[in-house]
Design a binder for this molecule. Sequence first.
Ligand code: BDR
Ligand code: CA
Length: 308
Amino acid sequence: RLPLLIDTDPGVDDALAILMAHAHTDVAALTVAAGNVGLKHTVRNARTLVDLVGAATPVFAGCPSPLVRAPEEDAAFVHGEDGFGDVGFPEPTHPAEAEHAALAIIRLTNERPGELTLVALGPLTNLALAVRLDPTLPRRMKRLVIMGGAVTGHGNTGKVPAEFNIGFDPEAAHVVFESFDMFDLVDWEATVRHAFPDAIYEGWVASGDKRAAFFHDVFGTARKFNAEHERTGFIAADALAMAVALDPGMVTRAETRHVAIELDGRLTRGATVVDWHNRLGGKANARIVLEVDQGRFGELIAGALGVG
Ligand code: BDR
Ligand code: CA
């Protein structure tokens, strides 16, 4: 079983991705960043998930803010003030470790060189810090899959044509994109193209499994937001990145290109700039996932929600 390190800011779709990982493979750690909501909530939510699945996955708290600039917005208006739909879950029992997330990433990859796949589901702050502390880190990682970016420029943040994870901490994304020779990039627009019809979602969450009931509760505020903003179908960004990490063979169309992060633009700070026509002459660093086997994607979600 492919061992994963998951860097995350749970978050509704992070929750589904983390359930998928625990259902289908071994999870070495959850390293947690601020993003969708503040670090206090994201760490608590990670611990709640580990309790739910009854695992022993260690949870490491990371950076409470982006590397350089304060973020313009969080995503509480989608995920709820607590990041988990403001359901009011009890205090989790699973502890958080004392070690910083960035140090844990360095240590775990030293203990298991070449073995771990890192799935990045939030702002890239922890990973950027880890790479700056230890520039040899990328060599010890088996694979990196990033949920982030908006390669055709639509995006999902308020003001600029950026995607949330990159827009929250563009400097961190810049460090990571420059430091890894190659990674899989699952961008926002790919996740929109791979939405599921509402009826399929309804079938999954009616499975009777406690994970399905939990997820449906957590999804309440985001679902309402989607309905009010003409986001149709069930869109689960982090779940798609997780699916690609779990089953690389499910990718049916991808393009390998140089991708850089805009740090300064008057209108475009945080945009993912794809050098589609090789004008910048940069080395290709990203395999941009454009299409996956939707049936397989659905099976991986269904398995995590106890369907069948
Ligand atoms: C990404 O931003 C967050 O709100 C989601 O959890 C996902 O990681 C989508 O742009
Ligand atoms: Ca996320």
